[in-house]
Write a new protein. Structure first.
Length: 475
């Protein structure tokens, strides 16, 4: 009994010493960093879910005031938060070849959460991103007194818009009603599983083998349920069997899958069904700027890139992120202009002046400069997504300093919104439609001041945002 007690005490002492060393990681490397006490408090809030992730990152950002960058620890994993715009530009643009991956390694990509461009690496990631970017560019975007919860309303509106773009499902006409319910429940549960998602991401960055064990052997699945996979598989089989085509993201993924099946060169940068090859200039940029003039060998690629799981994972990624990012910004923007009526009137005047009775066009949307400022300020006040994380592939000396980001360490950049350019057009069109027809007033059911939910992955208010929509000609 005494021996067992001594062994347990020794294990506990070693564990405490090991974890304390983890907490002192940045101090030992003489990096600017937050205090050990701050790291412990940060982890407590993270594990208990007492504060939104965006608030925790903002506290770290403020704690590092006076430094261009600094280290912090989350779940005993070291991170470097970048604050200086010049360093951020170097990391994300000039020296992006060092930071093109998000994770050290992916043990298993059978989980739909990780078999997408979010988790892919190297040339595999670049190839799929190029194809997905081209696929997206090909897709064509084409008197009530009862208050409405605009968070719920905007989520369903954005789901219909993005769902039509990604999956080609016309939810407004009633097509696939049960499918819509399944997908909405899936996305809602996905973004409300904040703890599981953040825990999985943190472990994948710092302890990938532990994360793999939890998912594989404890059946921790944060991806999509089998029902959604079945819906997508049925849709793919129907299109392949009947030859039915629709100009949406799913169709472009199916075309890429067919191209892969018929191509003898898996490194080919051609896309069947899109009639497009990467130009010599793009190939030159890809090889010279990113890979130092040498193309990676073909065996860096998996045997099959565009499997049914991969197609669903990428489609679900665009559907979920597109729906939540856009609806989040729209909800808080409607809240702000409902509270600040003078801003609402100025926006309405700009919309009336630019449109002047004509249909909404891309050129008209570009001329809505005041709306651009309102959108930017909304994203600053209510950050829809927390941060961009990148894993260092090679030792990287931070320009202008003697500090080195070691291979495998993760840098963090706070962001206002991922894919900002893509969601801005949707936001502008929606605001134009609403303000052209309605005047907005904040309903008393809305909590004041707004309280941000700590349970959700994306930024949402507790209790909803309730707004009265009144016809312009009714007052």
């Amino acid at each position: 009994m005494v021996i067992i007690t001594l062994v347990l005490c020794a294990i506990i002492c070693y564990l405490c010493y090991y974890l304390y060393g983890k907490l002192r990681y940045w101090h030992n490397r003489d990096f600017p960093c937050v205090s050990t006490k701050f790291n412990l408090r940060h982890m407590k809030y993270f594990l208990l879910g007492n504060k939104p992730q965006e608030v925790l990152l903002k506290e770290i950002y403020d704690e590092l005031k006076g430094h261009k960058f600094g280290g912090y620890i989350s779940l005993f994993t070291p991170y470097i938060l970048l604050r200086d715009p010049e360093i951020i530009n170097n990391v994300l643009v000039r020296d992006f070849a060092y930071f093109e991956d998000r994770f050290n390694e992916i043990e298993d990509t059978s989980d739909t959460f990780f078999d997408n461009v979010f988790a892919m690496k190297g040339q595999h990631w670049r190839y799929v991103v190029n194809c997905c970017n081209y696929a997206i560019s090909r897709v064509e975007r084409d008197n009530q007194r009862k208050p409405a919860d605009v968070e719920n309303l905007m989520a369903r509106y954005c789901f219909s818009v993005v769902g039509s773009t990604v999956f080609g499902l016309d939810f407004d006409s009633g097509e696939g009603g049960d499918d819509k319910k399944v997908f909405l429940e899936m996305i809602d549960s996905f973004f409300k599983s904040k703890f599981l998602i953040l825990l999985s991401l943190s472990l994948k960055i710092g302890m990938p083998k532990v994360e793999f064990f939890l998912r594989k052997f404890l059946r921790l699945n944060i991806g999509a349920p089998e029902t959604c996979m079945r819906i997508l598989a049925d849709s793919i089989k129907m299109r392949e069997r009947t030859g039915y085509r629709r100009n949406d993201f799913l169709q472009l993924m199916i075309d890429l899958k067919k191209e892969e099946q018929t191509s003898t060169n898996k490194m080919s940068h051609s896309c069947a069904g899109t009639k497009r090859k990467i130009s010599e200039e793009e190939q030159d940029y890809s090889s010279k700027e990113i890979f130092g003039g040498a193309e990676p060998p073909a065996d860096n690629f998996p045997e099959k890139i565009f499997t049914d799981v991969s197609i669903f994972a990428n489609s679900f990624l665009f559907l979920s992120i597109g729906t939540n990012s856009t609806s989040c910004v729209l909800s808080f923007m409607l809240y702000e202009i409902a509270v600040n009526t003078e801003i609402q009137e100025r926006l309405r005047m700009e919309i009336d002046s630019v449109l002047a009775g004509t249909n909404i066009s891309f050129e008209c949307l570009k001329r809505l400069t005041y709306m651009d400022k309102v959108i930017a300020e909304t994203m600053r006040l209510h950050i829809p997504s927390g941060a961009l994380m990148r894993n260092c592939k090679y030792d990287y000396k931070i320009p202008g300093t003697d500090k080195v980001v070691k291979r495998g360490e993760t840098v963090v950049v706070m962001t206002s919104a991922q894919g900002k350019g893509g969601i801005t057009l949707d936001i502008k069109i929606t605001i134009c439609k609403i303000l052209s027809t309605y005047k907005l007033r904040l309903n008393d059911r809305t909590r004041q001041p707004l309280k941000i939910s700590t349970r959700d992955l994306m930024t949402h208010s507790e209790g909803g945002i309730w707004i009265d929509f009144r016809k312009r000609d009714s007052e």
